[in-house]
Design a binder for this molecule. Structure first.
Ligand code: B12
Ligand code: SF4
Length: 532
């Protein structure tokens, strides 16, 4: 009888930083891991996807003893990844593979303790690497040489870069099975305006396509597709299967689609609406902060998005200055185009998150002030949902990066990757490093402007209180998230609570009688946990 080859134990780590990263489950890694599962390259029980800032990576790895550790790393977190990998090397002999935007943009910078870097989309290279691991050849230069889409070290320690992997067929991707992460991590409660009323919704994220036809100067997305500009749509059947699964198993009623950019085709939108109606999801699932481009929004497009169930959209407004837009943004865009798009959304009662970029290359004081006027105009809009603002950052692999190196703005030998944060998710007051320091403002003045954005952003948030039932829904979301978080703390705490309940059942029952909705919420969440 032929001997079965053992499958490796794999631990994926989403490397993030508490102040700039998010606790959201990394959809990219979850779908990558699912691809391995679908190809039977790993078994569910030997697979973990963890978050470096919010989980205890060292003890997870110690107890799991994986054969492969996969690090997903964006540029601002590269130093953390390196530190973490060095620590982990002391407790495991696993192969260390690094993937994601940073190594994809700078493959020739592969350094130990990472053994292998994956350039671009990870699906095909990872399957090939697992096959090598099974054969016991994952350290063999001769075998590694044959795998497209990777970098590795040869016998002399020199970095070898293989040819790129070909563009991936997205219909090969299975429906994302979220049961590989704890159920409490899949869904969070978020308050969304639905038909004029604030509602606490169960939200998660998914992809419906990969790629973007544009090439904005600040955006690193093309390092993942090796420059390919095509949008690869997932089949509607697969998209709908995933929505049905999320709705049935996780009771999701709101989805954020994290495609590079959503809604570039009206036909696709129409088909999506038809399919949602046919599969019984119409008005059962709503959409939150869909990434859209203002220049493709007309009356019909906004109407279609409304019909789809879109509650809020996310628009990269970036700047009011034609001069700045020309430098940083691809495709036709102007203040007028942005304003018209926002007005189309307003007619459809779709809320808008506007994203602005501060201190861009070539930005004059007049440009900056024009953008400030635009953000103030936006602030007063009835359907303004949020103002997001960041500092223009020249990420490796972007047009800005190439230009900045050429002009000597960046010296590749003196870079601190921690500077490459464009906004601090956990602390908006902290201003990231401005790579393009203006000649019309010093540091103090720049920060004064930054604070203006903080105030405008807070004002927009507080305007939402005018929405019917908004505040109640906010309280509900916060409390339900707290309950979910508690559940995540695990059996140990649950046992403790049970003991406390048994010691003092009267006071616990008293609490529940006072607030009976707690029981319904707990039952909902327990059901979801069991089904997950
Ligand atoms: C959605 C998104 C977000 C979301 C969700 C992120 C998430 N964790 O899912 C939010 C809004 C939270 C976010 C926040 C940030 N983001 Co963001 N985001 C994006 C966006 C729009 C799409 C990313 C995506 O999901 N792509 C699709 C997936 C399938 O591709 P992928 O992530 O590249 O994964 C594939 C490969 O990289 C590879 N891979 C990835 N990891 C690994 C690991 C291993 C072991 C292997 C083998 C392969 C592998 O395989 C994957 C599957 O094919 C891109 C811009 C764009 N249009 O592409 C920016 C982008 C990724 N973000 C970026 C940045 C900088 C950030 C922030 C750091 C911003 C900040 N605070 O300063 C934060 C960090 C948040 C965090 N991770 O905690 C930059 C990264 C640039 C860089 N060189 O690092 C991008 C490219 C935008 C830009 N300006 O160019 N982001
Ligand atoms: S910023 Fe958005 S529109 Fe521009 S290239 Fe990146 S994904 Fe595409």
């Amino acid at each position: 009888m032929k001997k079965m080859k053992r499958l490796p134990k794999i631990c994926f780590i989403d490397v993030v930083r508490r102040e700039a990263g998010s606790l959201d489950p990394p959809l990219n890694l979850v779908s990558l891991a699912n691809y391995l599962l679908s190809k039977k390259m790993v078994s569910k029980s030997d697979l973990r996807v963890i978050n470096s800032a919010f989980e205890d990576v060292l003890s997870e790895v110690k107890s799991m003893q994986p054969d492969i550790v996969g690090f997903s790393v964006m540029t601002p977190f590269y130093n953390d990844a390196l530190r973490l990998a060095r620590e982990l090397k002391k407790i495991t002999n696993a192969k260390f593979i690094i993937g994601g935007y940073h190594i994809s943009a700078l493959p020739e910078f592969l350094e130990k303790p990472f053994d292998i870097g994956v350039i671009g989309e990870g699906e095909y290279p990872l399957v090939n690497l697992v096959k090598l691991w099974q054969k016991g050849k994952i350290s063999s230069e001769e075998y590694l040489k044959k795998i497209p889409g990777i970098v590795f070290f040869d016998k002399l320690g020199k970095v070898v870069r293989n040819e790129n992997e070909k563009i991936f067929n997205v219909d090969d991707l299975p429906v994302v099975d979220w049961s590989i992460v704890p159920p409490q991590r899949v869904v969070k409660y978020l308050t969304i305006p639905v038909d004029g009323v604030g509602k606490s919704m169960r939200m998660t994220s998914m992809y419906t396509a990969r790629g973007c036809p544009y090439n904005c100067a600040f955006c690193a997305h093309r390092v993942i597709t090796n420059g390919d500009r095509r949008v690869r749509y997932f089949s509607l059947k697969r998209v709908l299967d995933e929505m049905v699964y999320l709705h049935k198993v996780y009771k999701v009623d709101c989805i954020q689609i994290l495609d590079d950019t959503f809604a570039v085709s009206k036909r696709r939108l129409r088909d999506l609406i038809v399919e949602m109606k046919r599969r019984g999801l119409y008005k059962k699932i709503y959409f939150y902060n869909l990434f859209v481009r203002a220049n493709i929004i007309d009356e019909e497009f906004a109407g279609l998005l409304k019909e789809l169930g879109t509650t809020t959209v996310f628009i990269g407004i970036e700047s009011a200055s034609q001069n700045v837009l020309k430098i940083i943004k691809d495709g036709p865009l102007s203040e007028e185009i942005v304003k018209t798009a926002i007005e189309h959304f307003e007619k459809e009662k779709i809320f808008v998150t506007g994203s602005f970029m501060l201190f861009s290359p070539g930005e004059t004081k007049d440009d900056f002030l024009a953008t400030l006027r635009l953000v103030r105009w936006f602030e007063k809009k009835r359907y303004a949902f949020a103002v997001i603002f960041s500092v223009t950052t020249p990420y490796p692999g972007t047009k800005l990066w190439v230009e900045a190196i050429k002009l000597g703005i960046l010296d590749i030998n003196k870079l601190n990757w921690e500077d490459f944060v464009m906004f601090y998710l956990g602390n908006f007051k902290k201003m990231p490093k401005a790579f393009y320091e203006p000649n019309w403002a010093g540091k103090v003045e720049m920060y004064r402007y930054w604070r203006k954005y903080i105030r405008i952003s807070a004002a927009v948030r507080s305007n939402l209180n005018k929405i019917d039932r908004w505040e109640e829904a906010q309280v509900e979301s916060a409390e339900r998230n707290k309950l979910v978080e508690k559940a995540f703390l695990g059996m140990k705490r649950a046992k403790k609570r049970y003991r406390r309940f048994m010691n003092d059942p009267k006071s616990a029952i008293g609490q529940l009688i006072k607030r009976p909705m707690l029981i319904r919420w707990m039952i909902d969440d327990i059901k979801v946990m069991l089904s997950g």
